[in-house]
Design a protein around this ligand. Structure first.
Ligand code: SF4
Length: 96
């Protein structure tokens, strides 16, 4: 299955407990939002699943991030990992 054209990819994810993470994120697309730029697609399960391709960032509600335009992420790629919460967008950068 091809990666959605024009969407940023999840280039790395260090959240081993997520069902979509097996050698990278394999959700078709993730959404990011909330207080800590949380990965809303994170699911704590031993069942590994998802799509063949690396995940894209389908939506992001963190409009205070400099990479956000019209509720979409415009970064080339993002990294996901534990930060304030168990699965956060580590590429978040506050607008100044
Ligand atoms: S880099 Fe910014 S706009 Fe892109 S997913 Fe992360 S928080 Fe959202």
């Amino acid at each position: 299955m091809p990666v959605s054209i024009g969407l940023p990819i999840v280039s790395s994810c260090s959240v081993a407990s997520c069902g979509y993470n097996h050698d990278g994120c394999h959700a078709a697309a993730i959404s990011v939002g909330g207080q800590h730029a949380h990965c809303n697609t994170f699911v704590d399960t031993e069942h590994k699943g998802g799509a063949d391709a690396t995940a894209a960032v389908g939506a992001c509600s963190r409009e205070d991030c400099k990479h956000n335009a019209d509720l979409m992420c415009t970064a080339d790629s993002i990294a996901v990992g534990g930060s304030t919460d168990v699965a956060d967008c580590l590429t978040f950068a506050a607008r100044v």
